[in-house]
Write a protein that binds this ligand. Structure first.
Ligand code: PMP
Length: 288
């Protein structure tokens, strides 16, 4: 494997950065997780826009233009001879001293890793997931806005620990008022009477690229969508629940907090969206 660091490619074992990097010391940086399907990098431009937006708020200046970043991503996939890949783009603040001051870090580090896709078990899509809500609430947007896809993922990691400790793979995180925000690495949708519901961004959710794609697909299929405040009760009595994310794609959820959702099997709207999603992944993106 060859890893891109600031314009050069290094063998995996040689791909190293400083222990004084503020990405390591403080989680000071941003990242993106991207998928390449049969030589097409799905929604690459959208991922790069989100990366630059996250960096903008952190006043972290990425030393490449968006076009150069797109080229660096496609080159990294090509040099690794991959057609189906999971790509991680990481921008760190760079090397500083042990103090917090980000302005002492003069050279941000751009890292691009392209790896084989670790696919989730097919059983998960066929039978659906069982998940739980966890005590750790999602970061307050006024404190650390979940829209910023930063290297500081401890909020999500705490929730993931609670899920795994309880024997589940994924957790629903609530906001400070107890409304549904999102999962540790996925957005969440409910289906009720053939209409889609998902929490709005102001609830402390990341604006997922897969979420946006599902909103587009639903629009094309004439399925009404509501971005709405959602309670756990509304989730328990919904007909279908599913999660969306770059790695997981669209995953049906059949049980939440011990409550069976709908028929207890992946629902028809979820399955229809999965079918439509699979059709477009090789089409909508940047060819390598
Ligand atoms: N929420 C969180 C907290 C995430 O980390 C992710 C994955 N990046 C998502 C939602 C889903 O976003 P996307 O569809 O862009 O992968």
């Amino acid at each position: 494997m060859k890893v891109y660091i600031n314009g050069k490619f290094f063998a995996k074992e040689e791909a190293k950065i400083s222990v004084f990097d503020h990405g390591l010391l403080y989680g000071d940086g941003v990242f993106e997780g991207i998928r390449c399907y049969n030589g097409v990098v799905f929604k690459l431009e959208e991922h790069i826009v989100r990366l630059f937006e996250s960096a903008h708020t952190l006043m972290l200046s990425i030393p490449l233009t968006k076009e150069e970043m797109i080229k660096a991503v496609t080159e990294t996939i090509k040099i690794n001879n991959l057609r189906d890949a999971y790509i991680r783009v990481v921008i760190t603040r760079g090397q500083g001293d042990l103090g917090l001051d980000p302005y002492k870090c003069k050279q941000p580090i751009v890292i691009i890793i392209a790896d084989k896709v670790a696919l989730y078990p097919p059983k998960m899509y066929k039978e659906g997931l069982e998940i739980i809500t966890v005590p750790t609430i999602r970061n307050l947007p006024e404190a650390l806005n979940p829209q910023i896809k930063s290297l500081n993922y401890l909020n999500n990691i705490l929730a993931k620990i609670e899920a795994v400790n309880a024997g589940y793979q994924e957790a629903i995180m609530l906001d400070s008022m107890g409304y549904i925000a999102e999962c540790t690495g996925d957005n969440i949708f409910l289906v009720k009477r053939n209409e889609l519901y998902t929490p709005p961004q102001c609830m402390g959710t990341l604006r997922g690229i897969t979420r946006d794609t599902v909103l587009e697909l639903a629009h094309n299929l004439n399925i009404p969508v509501h971005e709405h405040v959602l309670t756990r009760h509304e989730m328990y009595i919904s007909d279908e629940v599913f999660l969306t994310g770059t790695a997981a794609e669209i995953v049906p959820v059949v049980k939440v907090d011990g409550r069976t959702i709908g028929s207890g099997k992946p629902g028809k709207i979820t399955l229809r969206l999965i079918e439509e999603f699979r059709k477009i992944v090789c089409k909508e993106g940047v060819k390598i």
